[in-house]
Write a protein that binds this ligand. Structure first.
Ligand code: FPP
Ligand code: MG
Length: 328
């Protein structure tokens, strides 16, 4: 266990029983009579994510004093949807490794991964019908829609080196921020709180999620695959021009810009990420992106200001810091 993992484990102490219930609920949904499916669900159980979204959901509820016995189930639904999106995302990205384990598309194939993602998604929504309130399914169906729109937009904007930062952030907020936002909103609103009570926590979640995605995008271009634990360089291979590269491109002279475009597009290049790192200095662009992630987390933490002091509130603050220090 790395120091960071131990730190995260300490942060989630206020919700330890809830996390255990959440995991039990997830495992129950992964079970299936088919031996073939069982092999696959056993495999993805090894992904052992950080489960930040489910944790945030329960911590937000605790910090507001509105935690119910249904919150762990809601958290399990969020985590199952997250898992479904990752299995699909690895197909889109042609990724090989996630959380140090072979991706489903790699261990089996794309067909299987698409179907398994659908299976997980169906299980998540099946579980949401067991809840006493429809708020969870309503909010999460809207979230999944937005998340898909973000992915579709991102796909249509590949190889766009002039994409402005606002547009990039809108897409990152849609594909990653929305699920964090929904988790935090559900934390405070579930089972029936009004929209207003969720607004601040929604914004908190979106900012944390956007910061997470920006750091993820930095790691994809400058991170070490061994440390990150998942395939890196996918964005360059797929033509996704993310904030550290957009910023580097914007600051570069025309010959360097041409070399950046070449690194993304010349057919003979095998290691595109390596080529990109050779033709330009990604340092300032990455620093800029990391500073932006910092600013977003700062803004998010400001939204916790009026909450009474509690271990849960402290944990929310700690998770914000944790996201910034993420190197994997
Ligand atoms: C990770 O991005 C991807 C997402 C946060 C969302 C992916 C969503 C879909 C593919 C839609 C799936 C829809 C349903 C209904 C299941 P990334 O590639 O930047 O991050 P990574 O480095 O973790 O791969
Ligand atoms: Mg991906």
């Amino acid at each position: 266990v790395s120091g960071k993992e131990a730190r995260l484990a300490r942060l989630v102490e206020p919700i330890l029983p809830g996390l255990e219930q959440m995991r039990v609920a997830m495992i129950a949904q992964l079970s299936e009579d088919s031996g073939a499916v069982r092999d696959m669900t056993d495999h993805i159980a090894r992904f052992h994510g950080k489960q930040l979204r489910g944790s945030l959901l329960m911590l937000v509820a605790k910090a507001h004093g509105v935690y119910t016995e249904e919150h762990p189930t809601v958290a399990a639904i969020v985590e199952l949807i997250h898992l479904a999106t990752l299995v699909h995302d690895d197909v889109l990205d042609g990724a090989e490794v996630r959380r140090r384990v072979a991706c489903v598309n790699e261990r089996w194939d794309n067909q299987i991964a698409v179907l398994l993602g659908d299976f997980l998604y169906a299980r998540a929504f099946g579980l949401s019908t067991e809840l006493s309130s429809r708020l969870c399914s309503r909010l999460l169906s809207d979230t999944t829609r937005r998340l898909c729109v973000g992915e579709i937009e991102q796909s249509t904007l590949r190889y766009d080196f002039e994409l402005d930062q606002k547009h990039y952030e809108r897409i990152a907020a849609a594909k990653t921020g929305t699920l964090y936002a929904a988790a935090c909103e559900l934390g405070v609103r579930y089972p029936g709180g009004d929209v207003e009570s969720g607004t601040a926590m929604r914004a908190f979640g979106e900012e944390i999620g956007l910061a997470f995605q920006i750091i993820d995008d930095c790691l994809d271009v400058v991170g070490d695959q061994e440390v990150v634990g998942k395939s890196v360089g996918n964005d360059v291979d797929d033509g996704k021009v993310t904030l550290p590269v957009l910023r580097t491109y914007a600051l570069a002279d025309e010959p360097t810009r041409a070399r950046i475009r070449d690194a993304y597009t010349l057919p003979e290049i095998e290691d595109r990420r390596g080529a990109l790192r050779e033709v330009c200095d990604l340092g300032p662009g990455t620093d800029y992106a990391l500073a932006r992630a910092d600013e977003l987390v700062g803004r998010a933490l400001g939204r916790l200001r009026d909450l009474p002091a509690s271990p849960a509130r402290e944990a929310l603050e700690g998770i914000g810091e944790f996201v910034l220090e993420r190197r994997w």
